[in-house]
Design a binder for this molecule. Sequence first.
Ligand code: SAH
Ligand code: SF4
Ligand code: F3S
Length: 496
Amino acid sequence: MANKVKSDKDYSQYFQPPSLTDAKKRGKEDIAVHYDFQIPEGMKEFGADKYYLIRTFGCQMNEHDTEVMKGLFEQMGYQATEDKFQADVILLNTCAIRENAEDKVFGELGHLKALKAEKPNLVLGVCGCMSQEEAVVNRIMQKHAFVDLIFGTHNIHRLPELLKDAYFNKEMVVEVWSKEGDIVENLPKKREGIRAWVNIMYGCDKFCTYCIVPYTRGKERSRRPQDVLAEVRDLARQGFQEITLLGQNVNAYGKDFEDISYSFGDLMDDIRKIDVPRIRFTTSHPRDFDDHLIEVLAKSGNLVEHIHLPVQSGSTEILKKMSRKYTREHYLELVAKIKRAIPHVCLTTDIIVGFPGETDEQFEETLSLVREVKFELAFTFIYSPREGTPATDMEDNVPMEVKKQRLYRLNELINELSKQGNEKLQGEIVEVLVEGESKNNAEVLSGRTRTNKLILFTGSKDLIGKLVYVKVTHAQTWVLKGDIVDAPVKNISIPS
Ligand code: SAH
Ligand code: SF4
Ligand code: F3S
């Protein structure tokens, strides 16, 4: 076995492989919050004259974890590079959500093997959700023994120590905590651009039967409100124009507090008073979306009228097998309530086709729900079995050809609805946050509407980072085009 971990030494200090069984247990013990994070003495200059590169796969949670790791690297004196030949450390921040996400990472590891042979001093690490999987860690140890370091999603703050171990040990350093750690505040973050992410909670306790996330991200734990609010205020002071609050299931925010009663609705109500032009959140689970939250979102102001509300399926029976804990009818009632309270709301969703046992009729129910809600965008996926999740034990009797055909039909419908949604804006004047120059034409600026639609228009570069008004002249499936209207750059007024 090409395993670097030899048996004649005690690796227990830095060799902790993950266990899916342990990851499943939800302990009652309290989560402690630590405010005393510091780069360890002796590591502050460690990266002088060295370069790091992080390749990120997966969701915004991972993108944001990468910002934390960049912050840690830079506090150790490292500089960023995009050139793998220049890098002294390369980390792959991985995603485990579907098999193709994992295939990409193994493909990348294959490419990096040659680089590692050329540059033996290169430190190569694998972190993120795949590291939390037992089978993945075993596979890396056996087939990709040139990897120097594996660490998980709960011990990112240990990066400096782990890096040091990786430099000074010839063996592979593996530290993956199967049980979630505490919440560590005051970690450095390297943010770029005008939009920022803020974690409000970690983990997921929903255990949808197809999903690996509750195993890779641990149990639900919310950051204290004062810590979230302080971070948002600080970002506002720094001039960020848009903040996205992050959690796998943001509506469960606060349910784990034992000493206070404070929900996601309360948090949004406090955040809307902070002077930031736009606040978004992702992802919300239909089950915990309560009336108080709808009431707060309806106050508008900096709370934008876009809600990403994953439905997964339009069939109550499939939803039950998925353990989503709501029915088709509940979902439709919730949507009706949201639409009544926020008339211009834009709803987007996630859908899985070809879940084990999904019949043609059940898939038709998904299409009819999509038509009824009129989602303006959807992330659509073919079901992918994930080791250790309950759905892998269900009979997967839908042929791949049928799954592909369903995906195709669903996407055609979503494209049509997206076009219709955009056409409704034809001739309207919309508020746009200007993000930058268009990819294809430097004369053209690109921005986003409050509902997160991409819009292109001609304008001066000084407008980047500002809010402007644009009259929509062309509505296509994926993009709007328009002309800036001669209105003053908007100073938003924040409701009290
Ligand atoms: N916490 C979010 C989703 C995070 S994962 C929520 O519950 O809404 C993003 C999406 O990936 C999910 O909404 C689901 O549509 C899809 N997904 C998750 N596991 C999957 C699997 N095993 N196969 C296919 N798609 C999956
Ligand atoms: Fe996965 Fe369900 Fe949790 Fe979303 S709510 S992360 S789909 S288990
Ligand atoms: Fe992937 Fe982990 Fe996000 S599995 S989708 S990176 S939480």
